[in-house]
Design a protein around this ligand. Structure first.
Ligand SMILES: Nc1ncnc2c1ncn2[C@@H]1O[C@H](COP(=O)(O)OP(=O)(O)O)[C@@H](O)[C@H]1O
Ligand SMILES: [Mg+2]
Length: 261
């Protein structure tokens, strides 16, 4: 058996929320959860707001410290790697490019930032990589001098994708990365992500509550509810025979919504 790219065992997170009746209070944002991700695979995480999806994503990229459990990358504990090394493994794309992209930086600088902080490459080489990634996401070399407000929403999300790709990570986490986009743009970005996956052999963790998109893109799915993993299955299994009532409801609600349109 080959070592999975990412292996997570009993990962948990509780937030300290203050004192009540002389006792420390905690919010269990994530109950112990285990899963694996292989190279080229797409894992979807679904669940209503507050179910712990973003908490899980933030822990994986190192933006949050876990309360318990282990994370292994290609068989090695992720703790052995510093944040710079982790950036080369896992990167994240956020929901809204208007908040994830600093409006005061040019597209060129936004894309240069990860290289500047995490590599020793000289400026000329970094510039070449920036232009290369811009083209990969369907933008032009001229865009380096543009500011985010000068380009469309779809183009901004393309910049966010390029930024996530700068260090050639193996895993991309898309946290509701399509949710804020118009329907037509959504399809374009989705197709871009699928093309990049094929071309670069990327693995995705796709956080979404859109069951149609999830069915289309993912190999396997985890359903979270109030921080608990209530169902884990392949996409086919989950849609053909959802085991949990909550999962059945998610699928049903989505099909009602689709029919109404
Ligand atoms: N920094 C924080 N401090 C305290 N509680 C938090 C913090 N971040 C998230 N939470 C709580 O953790 C739970 C999961 O949140 P989150 O992971 O953002 O859910 P989701 O992304 O599924 O909507 C929620 O109950 C939320 O209120
Ligand atoms: Mg979230």
């Amino acid at each position: 058996m080959t070592t999975p790219l990412l292996k997570v065992t009993n990962l948990s997170k509780s937030y300290y929320t203050g004192y009540k009746r002389f006792k420390r209070q905690y919010n269990q944002a994530l109950s112990p959860i285990s899963f694996e991700l292989k190279t080229g695979e797409t894992l979807a995480i679904v669940g209503e707001a507050g179910s712990g999806k973003s908490t899980l994503a933030r822990i994986l990229v190192g933006a949050e410290i876990r309360s318990g459990g282990d994370i292994f990358f290609e068989g090695d504990s992720l703790d052995k790697h510093d944040l710079k090394q982790r950036c080369r493994m896992i990167r994240m794309i956020f929901q809204d490019p208007n908040t994830s992209l600093n409006p005061r930086l040019t597209i060129g600088d936004l894309l240069d930032e990860p290289l500047k902080f995490n590599t020793d490459l000289p400026e000329s080489e970094r510039r070449a990589l920036v232009v290369d990634k811009l083209r990969k996401v369907g933008l032009l070399s001229e865009h380096v001098d543009f500011y985010p407000h000068m380009i469309s929403e779809g183009q901004k999300q393309r910049v966010a994708v390029a930024r996530a790709l700068m260090l050639d990570p193996k895993i991309i986490i898309a946290d509701e990365a399509l949710t804020a986009l118009d329907l037509s743009v959504r399809a374009q970005i989705l197709n871009l992500l699928l093309e990049l996956q094929k071309e670069m052999g990327l693995s995705y963790i796709f956080v979404s509550h859109n069951m149609n998109i999830i069915r289309h893109v993912s190999d396997k799915i985890m359903v979270l509810k109030k921080g608990e993993l209530i169902e884990k299955a392949t996409t086919e299994q989950l849609f053909n025979a959802p085991q949990h009532e909550y999962t059945q409801r998610l699928i049903q609600e989505q099909s009602l919504f689709t029919r109404k349109k």
